[in-house]
Each structure stands twice: as structure tokens, then as C-alpha cells.
Design a protein around this ligand. Structure first.
Ligand code: IPE
Ligand code: IPE
Ligand code: MG
Length: 264
């Protein structure tokens, strides 16, 4: 009886999710959504589980959110998976986190291919352990010709490092005489960032109740809409994602101008 009821509830919620997706598609869909996936450790602690259990559970959320983002028609989904500051964590936790891309991709790569998703990465790949690097490289190679959503993992990513590297590269261009300092402008800086081929994020979501950027896309988020939720990443589901996007669509983005056009 209970099972029957639950199944019924699922059908209803699947139906309402589909309705909400079509509602979203009738308005302006954010081209790029970036997510700071936070709260795995606290999710586990709440259940008296080790922190790594939260990271493992968080992988299932990655699968769910990738699927719904792709269904909605979002062009780029960037997921902050490991920051340049996360190396400060205990070695055991880091080792676990470094195994997750391999596990995630060996389980879900066929599904991503089927969904026409293209896997990419921003961050310094060279500093990652060999097995992590290989898993990510294989996923990128296997999906390079896919034309659907780009699933962009920020792995060993830090925005200050990214900006520092771009300043260094531009300084070299000036030093060698290829450009003069007068040629430095915002678009030149942008073309030296790791996101040079991507649109700017329209919407940033951070889970777990923390209200900070933690060195994530500091340049790129200049005009993004920010959405914070108390939900821990392993509990973030399709409904949470739809809530964030619907809220985004009600915002009035002015970009410094006075005549605000809604997103509808
Ligand atoms: C996010 O969850 C995952 C990573 C930063 C790798 P946390 O591990 O930060 O979880 P909390 O914030 O400690 O709960
Ligand atoms: C930000 O989360 C990094 C990722 C989600 C990968 P953290 O949990 O590391 O951020 P802080 O330390 O709370 O700022
Ligand atoms: Mg955290």
C-alpha cells in the first residue's frame, strides 16, 4: 500500500517536474549555471557517517543535476569539485576526492555520451594524481565531439591562481613586444582565462548555507545572479534546481543600466 502510494507520488512529481521544465523553457534559460557543491561533510556528520560518505553521496547529485540541466537546455554546467585550497584537507580525504572522478566517469560516462554531454575541465590538471588525470582526459576525449551541454568540472581550480597566470601570460606578450600595455583590455584578459571559450555564468548556486565564493570564478561572476540555499549538496535535487532557475528568471538584471529588462 505504502509502496503504491509512493509510486503514485513519484509519477505526480515527475509530471510536475516536466511541467516546470516546460515553463522554464518558455522564458530565458540561463546559458551557464555554475554550482559550488558544498556541505558533503556536514551531510555525513548529521548521519554519523565519515565525511567521505558525503562526498560519495554527492556524486549521485552530480548525476541528477547534470541530467536535469541538460533536459532544461542549459548550455554549460560548471561544478566546483576541488579548489586549490582543498589541498589543505587531511590526506585521506584528498585521496578519496581524487578517486571520485574515476568512479563517477567509469559509472556514468556511457550515460553522458548517450545524453550528448561534453565533459570539460578548468583548473590545473597537471597537479592531479595520474589516475584522476587519466579518468578526466578519457572522458574529455570520448565526448569531444558531443554537441549537447558542456559539463565543466572545476578541479584543482582557484580563481586567484587563474587570474595570476593570465596576468603573467599577458606580461610576457608585452615583454616580447607582441603587444603594448595599451592593448590590455577586458577582452584580452578574458581570452587568457581558463573559461575563454565559455559564456559567463548567468547563475551561481551555492549549497549548504555558506554565503561566500571561496575563490571561485571571481572575474567571471561579476554580473552573475547569486542563489544560496541551506540544502547540503547530497540533498540538492531536481526540485531545488528548478527552484533556483525559476527564481533566476524572476530577477531583473540591469548590468549597471537603468532600464531593467526582466529575464522572461
Ligand atoms: C564540498 O563539501 C565538497 C568539497 C569541497 C570537495 P565539503 O567537504 O566542503 O563539506 P562541508 O562544507 O565540510 O560540510
Ligand atoms: C568550496 O568549498 C570548494 C568546493 C566546493 C570544491 P569549501 O568547503 O572548500 O569552502 P570553504 O572552505 O568553506 O570556504
Ligand atoms: Mg565545505
Amino acid at each position: 500500500m505504502l509502496e503504491k502510494l509512493l509510486r503514485k507520488k513519484n509519477v505526480v512529481s515527475d509530471h510536475s517536474i516536466a511541467n516546470r521544465i516546460s515553463g522554464i523553457q518558455n522564458r530565458h534559460i540561463p546559458a551557464h549555471v555554475a554550482i559550488i557543491m558544498d556541505g558533503n561533510g556536514r551531510w555525513a556528520k548529521q548521519r554519523n557517517l565519515p565525511r567521505v560518505a558525503g562526498h560519495h553521496e554527492g556524486m549521485k547529485t552530480v548525476r541528477k543535476i547534470t541530467r536535469i540541466a541538460n533536459d532544461i537546455g542549459i548550455k554549460v554546467l560548471t561544478l566546483y569539485a576541488f579548489s586549490t585550497e582543498n589541498w589543505k584537507r587531511p590526506k585521506l580525504e584528498i585521496d578519496f576526492l581524487m578517486k571520485l572522478p574515476g568512479e563517477f566517469l567509469s559509472t556514468y560516462l556511457p550515460e553522458l555520451i548517450e545524453q550528448n554531454v561534453k565533459v570539460e575541465m578548468i583548473g590545473n590538471i597537471d597537479m592531479l594524481p595520474r589516475h584522476t588525470k587519466q579518468a578526466i582526459q578519457k572522458a574529455m576525449e570520448d565526448t569531444v565531439n558531443n554537441t549537447g551541454m558542456t559539463l565543466n568540472f572545476a578541479m584543482n581550480y582557484g580563481s586567484r591562481l587563474e587570474i595570476t597566470e593570465s596576468v603573467k601570460a599577458i606580461a610576457k606578450l608585452v615583454e616580447s613586444g607582441s603587444i603594448s600595455s595599451e592593448d590590455i583590455n577586458e577582452s584580452l584578459i578574458e581570452t587568457h582565462l581558463m573559461t575563454k571559450h565559455l559564456p559567463e555564468p548567468d547563475l551561481l548556486i551555492r549549497t549548504s548555507g555558506e554565503v561566500r565564493l571561496s575563490n571561485f570564478m571571481l572575474w567571471q561572476l561579476a554580473y552573475a545572479e547569486l542563489s544560496f540555499t541551506d540544502v547540503y549538496w547530497p540533498d540538492f535535487d531536481e526540485v531545488c534546481m528548478l527552484n533556483a532557475i525559476e527564481e533566476f528568471q524572476l530577477r531583473n538584471r540591469r548590468f549597471g543600466n537603468v532600464e531593467g529588462e526582466g529575464n522572461a
